[in-house]
Design a protein around this ligand. Sequence first.
Ligand SMILES: Nc1ncnc2c1ncn2[C@@H]1O[C@H](COP(=O)(O)OP(=O)(O)OP(=O)(O)O)[C@@H](O)[C@H]1O
Ligand SMILES: [Mg+2]
Length: 432
Amino acid sequence: MNRPFVVTIASEKGGVGKTTIATNLAVYLKALREDLPVTIASFDNHFSVDQMFALGPRPKNSVADLLVGDSSDELAVLGQYGVQYIASSRQMQAPSHSPGWLSQQLHAAVLPGILILDTRPILDWFTEAALLAADLVLVPVKDRASLVNADALRQVLTAVEHSDRLWLLPSLVDSRARLNAEVRVHEFLVYAARERDYQVLDICISKSPKVESLSSGFSSSIRPVLTHARNTAVHGQLKQLAEFALSRSGVKSRHGSGFRSGMMPADLTEMSVGHRRRLVLECPLCCRLSLPDAGHFYFDLRSRRRGFIHPDCFEQISDDLNLGDTDDPDHLFALTIEGQGLVAPECRLTAHMFDSEGSLIDSEEVDLSGRQFLVDLLSMITGRSLDVAYREFILVDRVAQNAAAQLADSAYRHFSLRRRQIARELRDAGLF
Ligand SMILES: Nc1ncnc2c1ncn2[C@@H]1O[C@H](COP(=O)(O)OP(=O)(O)OP(=O)(O)O)[C@@H](O)[C@H]1O
Ligand SMILES: [Mg+2]
């Protein structure tokens, strides 16, 4: 099937979590099914989609072009985390044709996989079009007002006999909030929704200060829960939501219910529990699985986290850093951070290249401005945000090989020997 399965996130109520759910759903779908094309577009003019997914210069075309008949597959560009996105637009004019036109347009598109549409907090032409085009409609409800508002969305779908596509999703739920001594607000909402004959998801998205912080503040980019708030309840909830969307779309989640257990290649189960616990299964740059394919092995000294970077992803980094060339195929690449986190002016990030003997070939201080992908990469590898980075040492083996070969005892011992030698050499040279 080449037409996309369309998931629309809608609510006339503002601030119920539509955009947070839409953008993160895209990332989690991709994490669960790395081979599934996932595309996202927003009819809102807040540019949140662009803030999370933009990679490189701003695309020439935007979602506004979708409404004048350009095809969605030509407008979608590859963004961060392997998600394709259609750039947002400030100049959205409702076309003269009826909102049902978008459905025909999308269903004729050659855009396989899942397309997520984020909408405005108003039932205008764009929201109506996104509802009519949807195979699945998720309506976040956080309070009575958003529940009452859902009725207008249901009416749009009922008119085309698609009301069974609408699901309410309790959102921004504070599990402690109570209506009275006996009844929690969440329980009341679910009860009231079912009374009104809605399908309500068993999943709810909890209110979390950590999740809120990912899109607040003055940063120009918005981070996904998957990469920056994995220790929250919302992480598991979004994963369940992605599994639900996959099951509705007919695409099965290849990895069953676990990100980790189901994916452990059989030969890695021989590793010690200590080593396995610190093994990260996703590539820190694109967040897609990097095991068990060939990849560049990395190791972070402080957290002792280790994993693999896809060769294509690594090329982006090495091209960008432009370190000197070497004929030695077995060379290594180190990143060191000195100082009280990269936010302090005296802090330095330096990239170094070593030959297979562990001798330094080249070092280059790295300016992080305009290199958000590198900031994200470092925090994914270290498992900490960079403002708490202190003295970090990350080593990457530039030979791409498969996990089982690299993690075999003898290869790992060889890597550890070189790691110690390189750390010594950097210290002796006053570089770390
Ligand atoms: N699970 C959550 N926990 C805490 N805060 C959240 C959560 N989800 C979203 N928020 C915060 O709530 C606010 C509104 O979220 P979001 O922008 O996703 O809602 P929206 O429905 O798209 O809003 P709008 O209608 O204005 O487009 C944001 O500040 C966001 O950071
Ligand atoms: Mg929004």
